[in-house]
Design a protein around this ligand. Structure first.
Ligand code: ADP
Ligand code: MG
Length: 313
């Protein structure tokens, strides 16, 4: 039976460096990443691709801000939907071309994905995730007063809006994604961690001004569709303990207990590797069998068990 992998691709799959951020640059980067995804599909895997959207949402917010004298502003949930569509389009086009070159009849399709969060998630009491551009204290005061934004001063670089980052509870379009996989489509889903929605007292979905961590949402999707492997593709081939220190040690295999212990000991940075390890831990705790962290170039070898850092129960 065909094995299913959920592959969460990191920011480096779209923006390689600060000077190359245009749509064309992002597409070039997407082509390089999707080449490696196509390798997995050619090797016989069913693949669901998920991705981040932090910089892309930042660009939309900045445009929205600059044109507010003429056009309506774009709310955060719409920014999420916009980036899912645009990034999904880049991946679909890149995958289409890869499949054609390889003589494969596969098709890729993007699912605009809503992810349910809990209105009572404690994260809503302490917004922590910075989004959008930096501004002066005076401008920040206006935002706080007029739009009730939560703002923080960021290490002398200016003021920035922060929003809540609640934990994902359920993938709203789960059944649609599962059907597409069953029919051999390569699905792109939960872009940017999904569009966060809450349910009101009538049971209706309401978009919310929050962001969900893409690694957590991807892990939840992987459990929800019973993926055989949850893969995190980022900028490093393996995870290390004592990272960037003289006694740095690359890891091949981590049990759930090891992962928790190293996490508690502070081996994984809060804003980068920390959430990835936590996402893998949550995947295993909900019954997932194996997760692997590696970089795009090594995904094929990683899924053959030749490299990457593997996390197991
Ligand atoms: P992504 O855009 O893929 O989400 P991040 O930059 O958020 O990537 O996280 C990946 C980065 O985490 C790696 O490029 C690496 O520099 C850093 N990192 C932090 N701690 C570790 C660790 N213990 N082992 C390996 N990499 C680590
Ligand atoms: Mg990250």
């Amino acid at each position: 039976m065909t094995q299913l992998a959920v592959v969460a691709v990191g920011g480096n799959s779209l923006i390689k460096d600060e000077k190359r951020k245009s749509v064309q640059d992002q597409y070039d980067a997407a082509c390089a990443s999707m080449h490696h995804i196509a390798d997995l599909i050619q090797a016989g895997w069913n693949v669901v691709v998920t991705h981040g959207n932090g910089p892309q949402v930042g660009f939309i917010l900045r445009r929205s801000e600059l044109s507010r004298h003429e056009l309506h502003e774009v709310p955060l949930d719409s920014c999420g939907a916009d980036t899912q569509g645009a990034i999904g389009y880049m991946f679909q086009k890149a995958l289409h071309n890869e499949f054609k070159t390889r003589g494969l009849s596969n098709q890729a399709v993007t699912v605009v994905t809503q992810v349910l969060v809990d209105q009572n998630d404690p994260a809503f009491q302490k917004p922590s995730k910075p989004i959008g551009s930096f501004m002066s204290e005076a401008d920040a005061r206006v935002k706080i007063e007029k739009e009730h934004w939560a703002m923080v001063e960021d290490a002398g670089r200016g003021w920035r809006r922060v929003v809540a980052s609640p934990k994902p509870q359920a993938i709203v379009e789960r059944d649609a994604i599962e059907h597409l996989i069953k029919h051999n489509f390569t699905v792109i889903a939960v872009g940017g961690g999904g569009i966060p929605v809450v349910r009101n007292e009538r049971g209706d979905l309401i978009g919310t001004e929050a962001v969900i961590d893409k690694d957590y949402a991807s892990a939840l999707l992987a459990n929800s569709i019973r993926a055989d492997v949850f893969v995190i593709s980022t900028a490093v081939e393996k995870v290390a303990i004592n990272y960037n220190k003289p006694d740095q040690q690359w890891l091949d295999r981590l049990t759930l207990a090891d992962a928790k212990r190293y996490q508690a000991e502070g081996h994984f940075h809060k804003g980068s590797m920390g959430p990835k390890i936590e996402a893998c831990i949550s995947f295993l705790e909900r019954g997932g069998q194996s997760a692997v962290i590696s970089n795009p170039e090594n995904l094929g070898r990683a899924l053959k068990g030749e490299t990457g850092t593997w996390l197991v129960p």
